[in-house]
Design a protein around this ligand. Sequence first.
Ligand code: HSE
Length: 307
Amino acid sequence: MESIKVFCPATIANISCGFDVLGVALDSVGDEMLVKKTKEKGIHISKLEGQDLPLETLKNVAGVAGLALLEKSNYQGGFEIEIYKKIKAGSGIGSSAASSTGAVWAMNQLLNEPFSSLDLVKFAMEGERLASGVAHADNVAPALFGGFTLVRSYNPLDVITIPSPKQLFATVIHPQIEIKTSDSRKILKTNITLADGIKQWGNVGGLVAGLFKQDYDLIGRSLVDHIIEPVRSILIPSFDAVKKVTLQNGAIGCGISGSGPSIFSFSKGEETAKRVGIAMAEIYQNIGIDYDVHVSKINSEGIKILN
Ligand code: HSE
């Protein structure tokens, strides 16, 4: 195989209580990438449509992640990449992770899979380091593995896949403002109280248990963030009002998607998820802020080959 076209899913990181450790892949929103083998060494990004992002290899997350893979590979050639962005940069649904993971996953396929999924997570994390200053894995892991993932440990890296309840749907609204992950990380406190820690790890355990047990009430009760949301939500217009209407319309829980400004909610069933999306949208219509809404089932496969 000399070239491959892939779908790279959007992802919701943190999932309220799991800052930097929990994430989930979406099914109906993601980027496309075409990756070709070249005789010339290195990574060449020949096309980037849909967003105004740099083509220079060392300034592009796909380029940097791809170089991390090449450094560990015996392959003597290189790759040319075309990126078709559907996920807006700075939206909070894993735009950089989609590009980083798509590049390394496609390259691994073209090289007959010399690397494990965990290796690919490590390479893609270099893209996240470029985008946000920190090599976090809570977007790249679900993009690569699909479904829900828990980064149990960063050193050594240990990623756990978690089953997705069949009727769980995500609704995501993206108010059209850009918040850079690097900026929204700078405002976070670096210390937490023991009291907040107790509440937070109780919810992480509850959420993971709820996903395994397919217990929607337990999932909903656990979608609480005592540490990050109170700080970051002030950057998101009408966050409290949006959260309130999601719950009034039947969502089981709601929080900031990744580093924002997107807001996600989970619902049992697609109908409820769609109703929640309409209610979220009305809030931004009323205050005159443009938005995108996505309703999606959980993507259990991660990156997919497109014909
Ligand atoms: N865990 C990261 C953060 C995700 O919240 O900063 C960024 O999308």
